[in-house]
Design a protein around this ligand. Structure first.
Ligand code: TYD
Length: 236
């Protein structure tokens, strides 16, 4: 039996961690094993890599070195935690994954995506999420909620704008595997939309093609919105 792999992505301060925790708690309460995890920093190796990556004392890292460190953290995470949990049938709820490297290091640090993508998927052992929930928010709104910024959060506004666009581009490329939600909606509304979208995957029915095309966001929040989510659609 293979479990279900759900990832939450988005900028800093978008409420990913809250949504991931609510989802995992709900799954566990309803009798389905859920493993809540995050990147970077799971396990002892992850903890050390995370420290290097996020401590402002690290100073400037070469963008390629930064990308490789996130990839190293993920390789360890996939092999020691995510894949074993999926193999025993659990639902893995992960706060950040491959798309964060493509958006932050690819779009944000401006690394060539054609070079970065194969490397990132190699490091992840080609393990693809069944569903990626992207919580979209204007960077200034998300970052305003953060009191003490880590090395990445301290990057300039243009970096965070490129990162946001990077996430939206990834979602637009593969709408059936993404759920894009406006992070400024109330926590309960966002959570409800996630559970609704996940239901067919939990019951083993796979993706609902129609819901995938509509991306649900448009169905729930703006019935007049176009059926796909082109980059930048949700910007205020
Ligand atoms: P974290 O404190 O976990 O932030 P958040 O709570 O917003 O997820 O720090 C993770 C930081 O690392 C965050 O700023 C995003 C960044 N990051 C990357 O740049 N690339 C990656 O591949 C990942 C996983 C995270």
């Amino acid at each position: 039996m293979r479990g279900v792999f759900v990832v939450f992505e988005g900028g800093d301060g978008t409420g990913k961690s809250t949504q991931a925790r609510l989802l995992a708690d709900w799954l566990n309460a309803s009798g389905r094993e859920a493993v809540l995890t995050h990147e970077p920093g799971e396990g002892e190796v992850g903890r050390r890599i995370r420290e290097l990556l996020l401590d402002p004392a690290t100073g400037d890292l070469s963008p390629r070195a930064e990308a490789l460190l996130y990839c190293a953290d993920r390789a360890q995470h996939v092999d020691t935690m995510i894949r074993p949990a999926l193999e025993r049938g659990a639902v893995v709820v992960c706060d950040r994954y491959v798309d964060s490297t493509l958006a932050y290091q690819g779009a944000g640090r401006v690394l060539d995506l054609d070079e970065l993508e194969p490397l990132v998927w190699w490091a992840a052992g080609r393990l693809r999420p069944d569903l990626t929930v992207l919580l979209d928010l204007a960077p200034h709104a998300g970052l305003a909620t953060i009191a003490e910024r880590d090395r990445l959060e301290a990057a300039d506004d243009a970096f965070h704008e490129r990162t946001r666009d990077g996430f939206l581009d990834l979602a637009a490329r593969e709408p059936e595997r993404y759920l894009v939600l406006p992070a400024r909606e109330p926590v309960t509304v966002v959570q409800e939309a996630v559970r609704h979208r996940l239901a067919p995957l939990l019951s083993g029915e796979g993706h609902d093609a129609e819901i995938g095309r509509r991306n649900l966001w448009s169905a729930l929040f703006d019935p007049e919105a176009p059926l796909s989510v082109p980059p930048g659609t949700m910007k205020p």
